[in-house]
Design a protein around this ligand. Structure first.
Ligand SMILES: Nc1ncnc2c1ncn2[C@@H]1O[C@H](COP(=O)(O)OP(=O)(O)OP(=O)(O)O)[C@@H](O)[C@H]1O
Ligand SMILES: [Mg+2]
Length: 261
């Protein structure tokens, strides 16, 4: 995936002010940054849930921002997992995984179910195929949402704070699924406040503030030894809200802690 000169304004408000970066095949890139910095807007521009004001986005060789592009075809190749799970409440887990495979990809029921079951197993929920969303915990629903995205054979997975709506004890299972996906070679762009996940799993971390990329590099560089004051201030706040009050800055010791929001 490649983003070049990406800009997005809502009326007068410039939310993305020239974003350039790329994610190589099989790479995991985590995007961090304060609330309102444009992280979700960036992800939404990648699959054209928002139309960029300027710039180019290319995914797997197709220019998404080409006016003539078949956007449904592009979106099919991009899995998106949001903070809210957006499962169909009237369909059980298996049906939530098969419906788009059948309607969008035209798979027959047997094939769609075979793929769905394989992906439920992949997220550790093979015993929940018949369960309805209301019968599942938040963490289980999020894992169903991940399995649903995987069932479409995505070339790129976008995650927008997939664990931030979850009770703390449910976060680990979802992160474990994401970690396994990364190890399997999935290309992933992940907006997250989970610094321990970013440090362990990300190949690169991008820090955004005010609609620009302030710095990017390996987790050791960006989280462990940030070069910019804005990055240090943000990390101090995320890693230790109490310390930030008295103006302390995150050191590499503090950066290993789990983050609660
Ligand atoms: N559809 C919209 N119309 C107008 N303004 C919007 C719209 N979507 C986002 N914004 C504004 O764009 C800015 C960036 O929003 P965005 O959701 O991308 O931030 P974020 O970095 O994801 O923040 P958070 O960490 O809180 O999720 C915010 O000021 C927001 O109010
Ligand atoms: Mg957001």
């Amino acid at each position: 995936m490649e983003v070049a000169g990406l800009r997005k304004a809502f009326g007068e408000l410039e939310v993305l002010r020239g974003i350039d970066f790329s994610v190589a095949r099989g790479e995991v890139v985590c995007v961090i940054g304060p609330s309102g910095s444009g992280k979700s807007t960036l992800l939404r521009c990648v699959n054209l849930l928002e139309e960029p004001s300027a710039g180019r986005v290319t995914v797997a060789g197709t220019e998404v921002t080409d006016p003539d592009v078949d956007i449904d075809r592009v979106r099919r190749r991009i899995g998106m997992v949001f903070q809210a799970f957006n499962l169909f409440p009237h369909l059980n887990a298996l049906e939530n995984l098969t419906i788009a495979q059948r309607r969008v990809l035209g798979r027959d029921r047997a094939e769609a179910e075979r793929i769905a079951r394989a992906n439920l197993e992949r997220v550790g929920l093979s015993d929940k195929a018949a369960a309805y969303p209301a019968q599942l915990s938040g963490g289980q629903q999020q894992r169903v949402a991940i399995a649903r995205a995987l069932s479409m054979d995505p070339e790129l997975m976008l995650f927008d704070e997939p664990t931030s709506a979850l009770d703390p004890e449910l976060v680990g299972d979802v992160l474990a699924v994401m970690r396994a996906l990364a190890q399997d070679g999935m290309t992933m762009l992940v907006v997250t406040h989970e610094m321990s996940f970013a440090r362990e799993v990300a190949d690169r971390v991008v820090f955004m503030d005010g609609g620009v990329i302030v710095e990017e590099g390996t987790p050791e560089q960006v989280v462990g030894a940030p070069q910019h004051e804005r990055t240090r201030t943000f990390l101090a706040r995320v890693l230790d809200p109490a310390a930030a009050e008295v103006g302390e800055v995150a050191d590499s010791g503090a950066a290993g802690k789990r983050v609660d929001r």
